[in-house]
Design a protein around this ligand. Sequence first.
Ligand code: GLY
Length: 640
Amino acid sequence: MINIAVLISDKGRGTNLQAIINGIKKGKISGEIVVVVSDTSKAIGLERARKNNIKVEICPHKNQLIKILKKYQPDFIALAGWKQIISDEVIEAYTNKILNLHPGLIPDKNSGTVKNPNGTDGLWNRGLLAEKAVNNFLVNHATYAGSSIHFLTKEFDFGEVLARTFVKIKKNDTIDSLYSRIKKKENQNYVEVLQKLSANSKFTVMVIDGGGRGSAIIDKYAQSPNVEKILAVPGNDLIPILVKKPVKFFPYLKTTDIKEISEICQREKVDLIDVAQDDAVAVGLVDSLIKSGFKVFGPTKAAGRIEWDKAWSRNFMQKFKIPHPDYKICKSYKEGIDYIKKQKDAKWFIKASGLAAGKGAIYSANKKDAINAVNSMKNFGKAGETFLIEKCLIGEEFSAFAILNGKKFEIVGFAQDHKQVFDGDLGPNTGGMGCSMPPVAITKRIESQVKSIFKKTAEGLVTLKRPYLGILYLGGMIDEKGKVWTVEFNARWGDPEAQVILPSIKNDLYELVSNTIKNKIPKIKRDSLYRVAVTAASKGYPNDYSEVVGKQIFGLSTLLGHPERSEGSLKVFGAGVKINNGKFIVGSGRLFYVLGEGKNVAIARKLAYNALSLINIEGDFLHFRTDIGWRDLARYNRRR
Ligand code: GLY
């Protein structure tokens, strides 16, 4: 699937453009015309573009072209009668991407020759416009006239030739009669060249994330026939083992290293960047990459504020009537403590307003706990300088995900995370100890409330001129009356929610994301399997696990060679596992995720836990929860 920009002028009648439009409509070319650019509004071809609802841009000066092209991010640029000289800046930015129709039979090399179909030497020229070029064939008594489609290079009228049109010259041919026969053939030639390019086009995708979520995203892109190569920043050591396409990763980079990431994207000619990590969104990586002309999937800093500034986010919910708990924003510990002292005893969440790796929300069962939690906000540094005191919502939690572009969105899926570190939802909050999907709790009634929340959110962000592009994560709560409340929004996939939802999606991820960027969000297709992902962690996580770092992990190679894995009912996604001298070593708290897939929750759980039973960490330091999916398992057992 390719995006094409067609550049025309007032010289021709737009027949090449029309041929490309028809080629796409007939399904010969897999792609679409993202823009038709003309140097003048008088070009006849513009009417053809408008009739077909294709965007049109007028570019009177050659130095404005690069800006227009960066806005539409075409994979190929088809020059079809374009008059302006293409600047070196454009040629460099789109090497082997600009197709030129040259009215002559140019050879492959400038020292070479072209053979006509009858074996005689073809005539070629340089720098002649169409009619003069046709006349050149006639005055030189050539047997064949023709034209060539080639990649534009800085070497004027040369570059790899992709196709040639040959037309036998008749005795009484005039410029007009000969030219009209050439045109007919070359229109078809243009379609055939684009057809071939679209069939052979493979893209390079960069994923900004290093954990299990990033692994699941990469795994999904790798399944797309459109994707040839994947870059991961920073990625992790298990990705090259688990993903079946070439993946290059950059372990020395942080997801917030804007300059370095941008340089890699230039150097590696990255076609699409998927920014999946919250801190990258918060520093404005998306904004910078878009400015440099890249195709990026992920929210801008302004839109991502819905996650990275929880105080702002609650005020947003209040303004747009999105159901949320009572809250108080505090700018000092004293303010928070004074407020709590004046309240009746209650259950609260004390939340750092900034990003805190999923650990910034502290549950408090009473005033004393709440005051302690306020004092602990200093542990989050700048992220905890502003914090919220929120009434605790009681009910069943779930995570919902939508893919958005401005006001448009589609719900991608639902899952249930298990945030606390121990079985029975006990202990401190973690980044996520496991996930199950699809949750039985999500009835049609719940889904329609979720839809309304996403709608209000998408529209609210557009109203505030912060249009959102990317995956939006709603952390929701269903109360005892069946009402849905918003616990939080995140500007990204959940981790480990991505590890259960992405494998369930039947859409080609590259096409889904590319079409969403073009604001044509397709319907989401999912399979009907149940999925349970269990997090394998270092004992001590989310607190101190330093004594576990560097210890060897046993059984992982057996798990990776497990027959269920090759049959597709078991998947592994890496995170904090390091590979050292061929050994698997503990690198951080959450190590990897084991995903079981089956026709019900019991089967999915069994697969995941059987697989985990193969694993241990030197010194018995492996930790995982044994009750992931417990709610749905209980419902499943009751129904049987
Ligand atoms: N699963 C929790 C999160 O990604 O924030």
